[in-house]
Design a protein around this ligand. Structure first.
Ligand code: NAI
Ligand code: MG
Length: 341
């Protein structure tokens, strides 16, 4: 049995993960789901720890993991999200954050005038370094002499391995995005690692954009991108832009990967959406497409393609939740996909 750890989390997380698990089950591949239903804000509020050492060991012992979303309006402290999401990404060394953006249907493009725009790119976000390591500190916090410092960390190992991965999966081009004109030291390291990887992959074109230009281009000409590789914070932002031009945050999938270890944690890009939690309006497509990435990485290539195709057909038929213009609830939208497998 292939064991998959499942962390539904908070808000709409359990609602969309239920649909993703039912969709995986529809293939009859004998996947064995290990549900960690207690990893949520309720547990954090009660005990101060949502994800304990034993939970991390359960996830690490699984073949892959599927996650909904972490975040609750009752919890103000960033320590909660850090203790779950960043702990899993950092401790399991899931250094690649793979975020594909593929326009599911022309009518979903927010860009006008309407015309076919085959948006189909992947943002590879460095997932273990950058601005999100927690390195830094505050001095004289609270007063007008306060100093706040968040270190933007880039290592040679961390940068070269994620850039190498981008070239490995690219079909035609890798666009490296940085701000080397203003952020000098990290920029120089990224530039050198990117050039070295480009030299190892002469069959893949290498392009460079500064992050401000990349954000603009992602809106004005999203079809021009194949694989975008960038640091943790720029990747966080650019992948949200990519998901918006590819049909909306409810459709965006992601994989947190360590390619050498062959382990992946799969999750929709969206958060716990407390504004719509419990209304059954959550779009399950981001979670279902994340489950599709899981299938592809487990080697179930035909099933992964069938899943993507079923999503495309359901969207084309308008069998969707309200965010994509349909009138179905979360469960019926998931069922509409499964009916087309
Ligand atoms: P969000 O992604 O939860 O929601 C942003 C907007 O998109 C909301 O209007 C929401 O209703 C809508 N939306 C999101 N997912 C949707 C779906 N599947 N179907 C239809 N509409 C959808 O981001 P927000 O509001 O900034 O964060 C809410 C909470 O989620 C916070 O606690 C935040 O920390 C957490 N969060 C967690 C993430 C994770 O677990 N990886 C990622 C992003 C945010
Ligand atoms: Mg984000």
């Amino acid at each position: 049995m292939t064991r998959i750890a499942v962390i539904p989390g908070d808000g709409i997380g359990p609602e969309v993960v239920e649909q993703a698990v039912m969709t995986l089950d529809a293939f009859g591949l004998g996947l064995d789901f290990d549900h960690l239903d207690h990893v949520n804000a309720g547990t954090y509020l009660r005990t101060g720890v949502a994800l304990c050492d034993e939970d991390v060991a359960r996830v690490a012992a699984s073949r892959s993991a599927l996650l909904g979303a972490i975040g609750d309006p009752r919890v103000a402290s960033p320590a909660y999200g850090r203790g779950v999401l960043l702990r899993l990404r950092f401790e399991l060394d899931l250094y690649v954050n793979h975020r594909p953006a593929r326009l599911l249907s022309d009518r979903l493009s927010p860009l006008r005038p309407d015309r076919p725009r085959a948006v189909d790119c992947v943002v590879i976000r460095e997932n273990t370094e950058g601005l999100y390591t927690g390195m830094g500190g505050a001095l004289r916090a609270g007063g007008e002499h306060e100093i706040a410092l968040d270190i933007d960390l880039s290592t040679h190992r961390g940068t070269s391995r994620v850039v190498e991965h981008a070239f490995t999966i690219a079909r035609r081009e890798v666009c490296m995005v940085d701000k080397a004109n203003a952020v000098e030291h990290g920029g120089s390291l990224w530039q050198r690692c990117w050039r070295a990887a480009a030299a190892r992959h002469p069959d893949v074109a290498a392009r460079h954009l500064y992050v401000d230009a990349a954000a603009m281009r992602m809106v004005t000409d999203p079809t021009g991108f194949d694989v975008v590789v960038t640091n943790n914070s720029y990747g966080d932002i650019l992948s949200d832009v990519a998901s918006a031009v590819a049909g909306g945050i409810g459709t965006a999938a992601s994989a947190n990967l360590n390619p050498e270890r062959g382990f992946g944690l799969y999750e929709p890009v969206h958060g716990s959406a407390p504004d719509i939690a419990g209304t059954r309006a959550a779009n399950p497509v981001g979670a279902i497409l994340s489950a599709g990435l899981l299938l592809a990485d487990l080697g179930h290539t035909a099933e992964a393609a069938a899943l993507r195709n079923a999503v495309d057909l359901a969207v084309a038929d308008g069998e969707t939740t309200p965010d994509l213009g349909g009138s179905l609830d979360t469960g019926k939208a998931g069922q509409a996909v499964r009916a087309r497998l």
